[in-house]
Design a protein around this ligand. Structure first.
Ligand SMILES: [Zn+2]
Length: 302
């Protein structure tokens, strides 16, 4: 019995020593494994690995980028789909060689809306939007889908606006998506027309637009403009029934300035981005209004 017990004790001691050794060696190797093996694999597995690391830092600098150039680029929030790729960023650190080229190529950040193509049958929400436009007396016509994969612009169901309501024209004809058209028509009826009446005692006759859908890359890179998705409208002037023309500019005369101020302030909310004179050099002669999708439904008004 004693011998047997001794043998067992020895066996136990040996196995404990073995466990200790194994544990020790495992601990010693542990720090190396996570760094090298799993990390590079994660980084290369995803084709969008370049976009992933880029995405994470981007959302933060956005507010800063805006005032710098067209601030219309803050459209990046729509890339939440790529967020799951965030797992890659920690891996990105150990692989600096891949990061450098990625940053250089990322002049224009990808936008999921760029891949949107029209379906065979127009979605009900688009049809409903058109019915609402018609009920507001808006005159418009259907345009063929806009899609340029090279630049990234896309409007699956564009319309060309001829008026913003029964008695308010828009010129020249403005191409945009239906949601933007509806927002513009409602804004004209709810804000611009009453402001004209209150400030000048007359009717709004027409709105002069400086640009709507524009398929071009941004000069400074960054994000695609909301104009590339027909999701923006630049308003440069308002013509009244008495022939008077109120132009957006850096130093309008007084009654005009008050009217423009009213309109600009009221635009923040119905539109998610509102820019104009004082925002930056690109917006000194028009109001930029858009429906850029932002996280938490936020606005950027400057
Ligand atoms: Zn604009």
């Amino acid at each position: 019995m004693a011998a047997l017990t001794f043998t067992r004790l020895c066996g136990l001691a040996l196995s404990m020593a073995a466990v200790t050794l194994l544990a020790g060696s495992a601990l010693a190797k542990a720090p190396e494994l996570p760094d090298t093996v799993p990390v590079p694999q994660l980084n290369r597995s995803g084709p969008g690995s370049e976009a992933a690391p880029a995405d994470v830092p981007v959302p933060e600098p956005r507010p800063v980028d805006l005032p710098a150039d067209q601030s219309e680029p803050p459209a990046t929030p729509p890339t939440p789909a790529e967020k799951p790729a965030q797992a890659a960023p920690p891996a990105g650190a150990p692989t600096p060689p891949e990061k450098a080229p990625a940053a250089a190529e990322r002049k224009i950040l990808p936008d999921p809306r760029s891949a949107t193509l029209p379906e065979a049958k127009m979605p009900e929400e688009e049809l409903a939007c058109r019915r609402r436009l018609k009920s507001m007396g808006v005159d418009f016509e259907e345009h063929k889908a806009e899609h340029d994969p090279a630049i990234g612009c896309s409007i699956p169901y564009p319309i060309a606006l001829k008026t913003l309501g029964k008695s308010v024209a828009i010129g020249p004809e403005a191409e945009m998506n239906c949601a933007m058209a509806e927002a513009a028509a409602r804004f004209a009826a709810d804000v611009i027309e009453p402001a004209v009446k209150a400030k000048f005692g007359t009717q709004l006759k027409s709105v002069g637009q400086a640009s709507a859908f524009v398929c071009r890359p941004r000069h400074a890179g960054g994000k695609l403009s909301e104009h590339a998705f027909g999701n923006a409208l630049d308003i440069a002037s308002f013509t009244l029934a008495d022939g008077r023309k109120i132009e957006v500019g850096p130093a309008p005369p007084d009654p005009d300035a008050q009217f423009l101020d009213m309109v600009r302030k009221a635009a923040c909310g119905p539109f998610k981005t509102v820019l104009g004179p004082g925002s930056d050099a690109d917006h000194s002669l028009h109001f930029h209004l858009d429906l850029e999708p932002r996280r938490h439904g936020g606005t950027f008004c400057q």
